[in-house]
Design a protein around this ligand. Sequence first.
Ligand code: BTN
Length: 228
Amino acid sequence: RKIIRLPEVDSTNEYAKRIVQDVPEGTVVVAKRQTAGRGRKGRSWTSPEGGLWMSIILKPPRVDPRLVFVGALAVVDTLADFGIESGIKWPNDVWAGGRKISGILTEGKAGEYSILGIGLNVNNAIPEELRENAVSMMQFTGRELPLDAVLERLLFHLEGWYRVFLERPDLLMAKVRERAFILGKAVTVTEGDEKISGMALDILDDGSLLMSIDGQLRRILYGDVSLR
Ligand code: BTN
């Protein structure tokens, strides 16, 4: 497997996009720090040294929004390998102990490539203003973790879940349901300017969230979820 290790980069997703035509599927870009790490909706993603900031280049046969769950499940399994219990906060976060520990950003070009970008707080210090909502692996283990071992576990699980995604997306989604901690809970979903409050009932096979709002069922394709 090809792993490109960089001391510093703007964003591993951006770097991956720049080289995508010249490298095989499965190529991994990992950087010690990012100067312009990005999250969903153009938000910035703080990426100091000590965290795991990586992107993997995939060339799936179809465009499929469920790819994000390959990343989320791989992160949950990696955390479990280090004794940390976590769950998926639909659609693309992993939370542990009530705080965000990882975020996933998928980008791509239809029919050409998909970039699966994963940010995982490992040993990096969480800035004061984020401490209420974000957490690192080190805060659970009480000691620094070897970044290389975390990456190795993550790549192992990514490979496994990617195969499930390709061959049995229904099984992938069954696992996502099992790991999603928002189901059965009262949530507020922000989708654009709209705030939708209700009960999160299910994650459907296409990856969308099924909610009950005042007794009406509604399918949400994408949004930011907060628990009430
Ligand atoms: C989010 O929670 O909104 C997604 C955050 C994704 C961060 C990762 S870090 C590696 C890759 N490179 C980026 O610029 N972003 C992703």
